[in-house]
Design a protein. Structure first.
Length: 353
């Protein structure tokens, strides 16, 4: 069996802010949003979570739950810098690393001889190094299969470790609530519960044909997870697929002219992000609008450069899809090629969400 470690930083963005501003340490804080209640919370610290504040929550809702919530603008450049330092720490232990985001990653330490090959000791030493060098805490999950390592890292948060040995694997998975399986969201969980399925042991006695009927391909994946089957290895050659910027407006926009003004103001930031990243050639440009009812649409077309006139055309098409609805968010992005292909470059592309 393999030895996987999943490292997950504890409330990463908020932790960086508390580290750099000790006055925030014992206060409920959230990154993102804005003081006038527009926007969405990116993440928050544990005191804020005690009030029910969560990531992706509307700022207005978060402030209603926690009136004393401190909103912090956030410093992405600093978060990236710290994340790169953490990756440097990982590389001291193994080259088999699959980053999932700035604040979490899988490590495969199957063939590592450090600490006599103990994945548990390696994970503990990684957590120690992160704390000593960055002043931040990390939680770790250790397991012989990937998805269980990820689930385990959340078991003893914050600043904890959970080790699932091969002999413990089957029993751990058997008792695992289905809501903890990666990929099982709110809607899927509700459907599972209506079928009388709450834990992995319930899935084990449920016909796989019915799972496929209700959940399609995900039903087969669910069946495998419930039986502690996960033969996936790490994906260590992930490449950035897109670069984007977006802005949630203080006031809803009602005209294409207002949206265009916001888009023009976002362009320098998009150029800046592109210039500071090592990336593949540009494949296409895209514009995203989110409307006042939280529905959104994306329009994308192939282009090897950032063409301002094309962006205006895409923005107009997106705006027309709203059929008069007000706009609360404007976003721009470039999609990147995995590899150069003259066929790809020749074909126009439009997509819609």
């Amino acid at each position: 069996m393999r030895k996987f470690i999943h490292i997950d930083m504890d409330c990463f963005y908020a932790a960086v802010e508390m580290r750099d501003n000790p006055d925030l340490k014992n206060k409920p804080i959230a990154i993102g949003g804005s003081a006038d209640r527009r926007g969405v919370i990116a993440t928050c610290n544990y005191p804020a979570r005690e009030f029910g504040v969560r990531s992706a929550m509307a700022t207005a809702t978060a402030l209603r739950l926690c009136p004393n919530l401190v909103l912090v603008k956030g410093r992405m450049d600093e978060y990236i810098k710290v994340s790169e330092h953490i990756k440097e720490i990982f590389l001291r232990y193994t080259n088999e690393i699959e980053p999932l985001s700035l604040d979490e990653a899988f490590l495969d330490v199957t063939d590592i001889d450090l600490f006599e090959g103990s994945a548990t000791y390696i994970a503990e030493d990684i957590r120690r190094a992160i704390w000593e060098e960055t002043g931040l805490t990390a939680s770790a999950g250790v397991a012989p299969i990937k998805f269980v390592a990820k689930v385990a890292s959340d078991e003893n948060k914050p600043d904890g470790i959970c080790v699932i040995t091969p002999s413990q694997l089957d029993e751990f998975v058997k008792k695992l609530p289905l809501k903890k399986i990666p990929g099982v969201g709110k809607v899927t969980l509700e459907k599972l519960n209506k079928l009388g399925l709450y834990k992995c042991e319930d899935i084990r006695t449920y016909p796989i044909e019915k799972l496929h009927k209700h959940f399609g391909k995900f039903g087969a994946s669910l069946w495998k997870r419930a039986h502690a089957i996960d033969d996936r290895r790490l994906s260590t050659n992930r490449k950035r697929k897109s670069i984007g910027v977006e802005r949630t407006l203080d006031n809803d926009l009602v005209s294409i002219e207002e949206c265009t003004d916001v888009m023009i103001k976002l362009l320098p930031k998009l150029h800046e992000r592109i210039d500071t990243k090592k990336h593949s050639p540009i494949k296409s440009l895209g514009v995203k609008l989110k409307f006042s009812d939280f529905q959104q649409t994306t329009v994308e077309q192939q282009s090897k450069i950032i063409n301002e006139q094309l962006l205006v055309e895409l923005l107009t098409k997106a705006f027309e899809r709203g059929k008069g609805k007000k706009v609360r968010l404007v976003g721009l992005h470039v999609a990147l090629l995995d590899k150069l292909s003259t066929d790809q470059l020749a074909l126009p592309l439009f997509s819609e969400e």
